[in-house]
Design a protein around this ligand. Structure first.
Ligand code: KIV
Length: 272
């Protein structure tokens, strides 16, 4: 971890690589604002991802496709104000990096300049390798993302497990290898059969961060409102809810409503 006299050490991409070599699991979580950025950082996660999942879980859209670069930068700047120790990674939204390498350099550069993030994440394997190389060559660390890549949900025919069957598994392995060779410091494996994710993990010198990819990955990532049980209509097999906050929010707000209506809040102790 890097340090300066005034700040506590913050996690770097080099730490991710070292932790893979040491067999230390890497904990990553999404966050979309300063409040939760601070809370997850204080909980001791290693990485915070400003995921374009915010377009679904925060903005209420059906997919990530309509997320914009300005929207990602807006949220990443908020998260930056909350996160002190963890590595901050920002998802590049659909069409901000696929059209041309020049576009990708400009847009990823904007994210790095305007948010204070330490890395960007983009989706795609072999096809994105030249872009990843161009980015890493100018000093922008890149986290890859293969398997279920939500920006391609319509081409993939839905949110389904990827890499099933020998041909698809070989393609996914080739995608991960191409990203490593192009300079990625880590790769998200999303919705991949556990044995395949483990094989890919063993074959790479960079860490894999799994979501719905079993225990054989070098680390795990979950979407924060899912983990907290805030997004209580989302119940995929891979998700473990570590709290039931949706029910708690309804209970607390319901109690506030009934006390306001009955006149018991505010009481003398809440008044000046
Ligand atoms: O957008 C996101 O939150 C992600 C994670 C699920 C890895 O890409």
């Amino acid at each position: 971890m890097s340090s300066s006299p005034s700040a506590e050490p913050s996690v770097t991409t080099k730490d991710f690589l070292a932790w893979k070599r040491e067999g230390r699991k890497i904990v990553t979580i999404t966050a979309y604002d300063a409040l939760f950025g601070r809370l997850v950082d204080e909980a001791g996660v290693d990485g915070v991802l400003v995921g374009d999942s915010l377009n679904q879980v925060i903005a209420g859209h059906a997919s990530t496709l309509s997320a914009t670069l300005d929207q990602m930068i807006y949220h990443a700047r908020m998260v930056r104000r909350g996160v002190r120790r963890a590595l901050l990674v920002v998802d590049m939204p659909f069409l901000s990096y696929q059209v041309s390498t020049e576009d990708a350099l400009r847009n990823c550069g904007r994210v790095m300049k305007e948010t204070g993030a330490q890395a960007v994440k983009l989706e795609g394997g072999v096809v994105m390798a030249p872009t990843v190389r161009a980015l890493t060559e100018i000093g922008i660390p890149v986290m890859g993302h293969v398997g279920l890549t939500p920006q391609s949900v319509h081409a993939l025919g839905g949110y389904r497990v990827q890499g099933k069957g020998d041909e698809a598994a070989a393609r996914l392995q080739a995608d991960a290898k191409a990203l490593e060779e192009a300079g990625c410091f880590a790769i998200v494996l999303e919705l991949v059969p556990a044995p395949l994710a483990e094989r890919v993990t063993r074959a790479l010198g960079i860490p894999t961060i799994g979501i719905g990819a079993g225990p054989g990955c070098d680390g795990q990532v979950l979407v924060l409102p899912d983990l907290l049980g805030l997004n209580d209509t989302f119940t995929p097999k891979f998700l473990k809810k570590y709290a039931e906050l949706a029910a708690e929010v309804r209970r607390a707000v319901g109690a506030f409503a009934s006390e306001v209506r009955s006149g018991s809040y505010p009481g003398p102790q809440h008044s000046f």
